[in-house]
Design a protein around this ligand. Structure first.
Ligand code: AKG
Ligand code: FE2
Length: 552
């Protein structure tokens, strides 16, 4: 079978602080290690602990280097050095795991009129795994589906039903209806600046909305959703499985010689959307490859070679991945697209097993070793992890645990299973409010996710401090009090609040946040980690936390 994937380097991601938006903050990432907290936090300390206030108003702190500090070797005693070795091993392992997680997957479904309702288990094919995909995961799978029927509402209501129907692989009796389909479709718009626009230089395609067509194609019975679930939404916690809801979104046709869709990121339709699925119907065409990118990884789905065969080809990818459809040179690239949503379902498996010990990866082991080390944070403390994917974290209700992707999900689940608390927090990215590169303000840990407009002029540092501390709202611990497992990447940033800065003239500015997972490591009591005083239950939204402190 022809390879569906190719992998290539597209850009150098060595500078994790690179951003495509606005002036690049003049901050230097640390050469080697992510931040090691300068001193352990007080015992029993929590994000909600009013007594622990690390915010300092001194300007010197505001101008501190934004980059996390490394450990001061001189003041570390032997025990702490060991601890830091352990921590460094985990930090190294986290970074090394960045490429170990799929962000897209794809495969084929054979169309067979002899299709049986209860197909044999789908076989896996790892031969065409992209270089970037982890070796322990298959990225392709085959199954069967009966011939696909498509019916649609004709614009002219007197059109006979036999003229608004296609059967794939294209049946002679319906083949002539392709021109009717094209005539009944509408130009495919896309979202830009909050509006739906049609711009052929960006996207040239036609569409039908799901209320105007129907099909017997079912991504569940074709086995596709099962594969996506295994590859993009795996969950080591078998007590709670995430289930996928696939919602038919559009029928699209990209017509040669110029149908295309330039590089973009899909707009999530809701907080629980984690991805998109594209299913290509078997109609002859050349060109039109779909390329999906995440960080410096690329996966390409080129469906040309089998476009005349009895196969459906599909690709699914996380919502935050940039992707594009290259120009179709000839023929018709006809696709069904689906929005993919995630939700938890309580399915208790039979038997009694601990998934963390059943199938531990090196990363799982490093995490377990660090948390199990009684010399590491004996008084308890916080670890931090900057998410490797983008989430709609400026939504008023924050991030949804259900939609955690790849490495982010592993970090969340592993620490949670080991008795640590996990929660999301926004981290304000460095701001250069006065356009002076020597006055870059450092990362700040916030509480609220929602995007807000903050009324108030920022003329000097005091204004800025007041605004960030008061209007935006800071956590009671600061970024510097957290031991970070990885470096932030500004590619994942989202607008957090708008304010007016007053330099020579007033200008409207946006401040951005990246999303972090904050991990509360309990203190050691009687030789083992104590129970947390909170469940850190993230089903409770932040406002409820305020009323109902998790550390009561
Ligand atoms: O057709 C494809 O492969 C992708 C289409 C797409 O990116 C979209 O509809 O947003
Ligand atoms: Fe898209």
């Amino acid at each position: 079978m022809a390879s569906l994937f190719s992998s290539q380097e597209v850009k150098d991601s060595s500078n994790l602080f690179e951003t495509g938006h606005g002036p690049v903050p003049d901050i230097a990432p640390p050469e080697e290690d992510p931040q090691i907290g300068p001193s352990p936090p007080p015992p029993g300390w929590s994000l909600q602990d009013e007594e622990y206030e690390s915010w300092e108003d001194e300007e010197s702190e505001m101008f501190a280097d934004s980059a996390p500090d490394g450990p001061d070797e001189e003041v570390l005693d032997d025990k702490e050095e060991d601890t830091n070795d352990q921590l460094r091993a985990l930090q190294y392992c986290v970074e090394a795991n960045y490429k170990e997680f799929l962000f897209a997957c794809g495969g084929t479904v054979t169309i067979s009129s002899e299709h049986q309702e209860d197909p044999a288990p789908a076989s896996e094919d790892t031969a065409s795994r992209p270089e970037s995909a982890p070796s322990n995961m298959s990225s392709q799978i085959s199954s069967t589906h009966p011939p696909v029927t498509l019916r649609w509402d004709p614009q002219d209501v007197s059109t006979p039903a036999s003229h608004s129907k296609l059967i794939f692989p294209t049946e002679e009796s319906t083949a002539g209806n392709l021109k009717h389909l094209l005539a009944d479709m509408k130009p495919a718009t896309f979202g830009r600046g909050g509006e739906d626009v049609y711009d052929e230089s960006y996207r040239k395609a036609s569409k039908l909305d799901p209320q105007n067509f129907s099909t017997n194609f079912c991504p569940y019975s074709a086995g596709i959703i099962g594969v996506i679930s295994r590859l993009l939404l795996p969950d080591p916690d078998f007590e709670e499985q995430r289930v996928i809801k696939a919602e038919l979104y559009k029928l699209n046709v990209y017509t040669g010689p110029s149908g295309h869709f330039r590089s973009h990121v899909d707009t999530p339709r809701s907080r629980s959307q984690f991805g998109s699925l594209v299913v290509c119907l078997p109609v002859k065409h050349d060109g039109g490859a779909l390329e999906v990118r995440h960080k410096d990884e690329v996966m390409k789905f080129d469906w040309v070679s089998t476009s005349e065969q009895s196969e459906l080809q599909w690709a699914a990818f996380y919502s935050d991945c940039e992707h594009e459809v290259f120009p179709v040179q000839s023929g018709y690239r006809i696709t069904l697209t689906y929005n993919l949503y995630a939700a938890f379902d309580s399915i208790r498996p039979l038997g009694n097993f601990n998934p963390l010990t059943e199938s531990q990866t090196p990363l799982d082991k490093e995490i377990e070793a660090l948390v199990g080390d009684v010399t590491f944070l004996p008084n308890g403390g916080y670890l931090g992890f900057y998410t490797t994917h983008t989430y709609p974290h400026n939504d008023s209700e924050g991030c949804l645990e259900d939609t955690l992707k790849g490495l982010d999900m592993v970090i969340w689940r592993d620490f949670q299973k080991l008795g640590c608390g996990v929660c999301f927090r926004p981290v304000l990215t460095p701001v250069d409010i006065f356009d002076h590169h020597d006055l870059v303000l450092p990362f700040k840990l916030g509480k609220k996710f929602s995007l807000r407009a903050i009324h108030g002029y920022v003329e000097d540092l005091d204004n800025w401090n007041d605004l960030v501390k008061g209007d935006w709202g800071l956590e009671h611990i600061s970024v510097e009090d957290i031991i970070w497992l990885n470096q932030p990447t500004l590619e994942t940033k989202k607008a957090a609040f708008a304010y007016t800065a007053y330099g020579n003239e007033a200008s409207s500015c946006l401040a951005y946040t990246v999303c972090s997972i904050i991990i509360a490591v309990p203190q050691i009591l009687d030789g083992k980690r104590a129970d947390l005083e909170t469940t850190f239950d993230m089903t409770v939204v932040e406002d409820d936390w305020e009323k109902n402190s998790p550390y009561d």
